[in-house]
Design a protein around this ligand. Structure first.
Ligand SMILES: Nc1ncnc2c1ncn2[C@@H]1O[C@H](COP(=O)(O)OP(=O)(O)OP(=O)(O)O)[C@@H](O)[C@H]1O
Length: 360
């Protein structure tokens, strides 16, 4: 089989570059006999699964456990975002799930099939964009690339679909330009179109919006949602772009130091972290004594005093504390202008989760 287990993953990258989206026929002694199709599984079974995946690079003092006993079960027809600081193990996890590198322990399954034991079965179901634009052929035009990758699928995409995809990634004007004449962002878009054109049930995208302009990034979000909502495909993407994750993902997996530290739907994650925090705006000023009471009762913080207006935040206000806060303010000369519930965004949650893990 073509997998290599090496501290330097250039061989994995070469595999991605030369047979980018999943045809490893004849590589490194891998059997070329057709493997049986994946067993039909009930649609409730996860389409992608990690069971105790562990991967350490190097050995001795230099050993780095990039992925540490990771379990994941990804449902069909969902968009799952993998988030984490640099070096958290996102790319290594994706490479393990693709069978591009060997785990030290655990299993990676696509549609119930072990991708290490049966890489061709796994790859038939999976398209992947890794390492930005390294997987496209730079001497071919955009259209030639997309057409080539379409042919790797079981059912080549029709020319209209190819043109539509090229248009969707905003490259219609450059369709007949060779890739080596394109900007970095345009190469990235070509790579993306090549990944999507095979119409595989599962699509892995590592940092898909890197290098894209704002408009293309918005187009990509729409395209990803369409893939999932209308075509019932499954998308697993890693990104540092919280806006993309929040806008398109159903679920988010947060990794830190090789481990999964949160795995929730976006809605659950937001509600778990939706502490009762308020931003209070007042017309008037507060005495030092009132401020001090608010600081001790509701941890009032982030004071902003401008002219005759006062603003502060009251984090984690629970039980009767909210009414006590209002009562305290009513004893002052200040009048309420507004009291707003603060909604955390994904970025704050991400920092909160990874910071508390680091503290531990
Ligand atoms: N081929 C390799 N050889 C040795 N160490 C590696 C290799 N690839 C990754 N690592 C190490 O494994 C850890 C996880 O890396 P990985 O690329 O999976 O993280 P990541 O979450 O994708 O990071 P980033 O957000 O920076 O892309 C890091 O400490 C990294 O230095």
């Amino acid at each position: 089989m073509t997998n290599t287990d090496t501290a330097n993953d250039s061989a994995d990258r070469a595999a991605v570059e030369t047979v980018p989206s999943g045809d490893r026929t004849g590589g490194d002694g891998e059997s070329t006999s057709p493997e049986s199709a994946p067993p039909a599984s009930p649609s409730t079974d996860p389409i992608v699964e990690a069971r105790g995946l562990t991967k350490t690079y190097g050995s001795g003092d230099d050993a780095v456990t990039a992925v540490d006993d990771v379990d994941l079960a990804i449902e069909r027809g969902t968009v799952v975002g993998i988030l984490g600081p640099n070096g958290a193990g996102k790319t290594t996890t994706i490479k393990l799930l693709l069978g591009l590198i060997l785990p030290d322990a655990g299993e990676a399954l696509t549609d119930g099939v072990d991708v290490i034991d049966s890489p061709r079965v796994g790859y038939r179901a999976v398209g992947a964009m890794l390492e930005g634009a390294r997987n496209v052929y730079w001497r071919l035009t955009v259209r030639e690339n997309v057409r080539y990758f379409a042919r790797l699928g079981d059912r080549p995409a029709d020319p209209d679909r190819i043109d539509a995809l090229i248009e969707q990634v905003g490259l219609t004007q450059k369709a007949d330009t060779t890739v080596n004449e394109l900007s970095r962002g345009m190469k990235q878009k070509t790579s993306l179109a090549c990944t999507l054109v095979r119409e595989t049930p599962v699509v892995f995208l590592d940092e898909p919006t890197l290098g894209l302009d704002v408009e293309s990034s918005l187009d990509l979000r729409r395209e990803l949602r369409t893939l999932v909502d209308e075509e019932e495909r499954t998308v697993i993407l890693s990104s540092h772009d919280m806006d993309v994750i929040e806008a398109v993902c159903d679920r988010v997996v947060i990794m830190n130091e090789g481990r999964v530290v949160a795995d929730e739907t976006i809605d659950d994650l937001l509600s778990v972290f939706r502490t009762q925090s308020y931003r209070v705006r007042l017309d008037g000023t507060l005495t030092a004594e009132t401020k001090s009471t608010l600081e001790s009762t509701v941890n009032a913080t982030d004071w902003v005093e401008q002219g005759e207006t006062t603003q502060f935040d009251a984090p984690a206000v629970q039980g009767d504390a909210f009414h006590e806060m209002l009562a305290t303010i009513r004893t002052s000369q200040a009048a309420f202008r507004s009291v707003d519930l603060l909604e955390p965004d994904l970025e704050e949650i991400f920092l909160d989760v990874t910071d508390s893990e680091d503290d531990e």
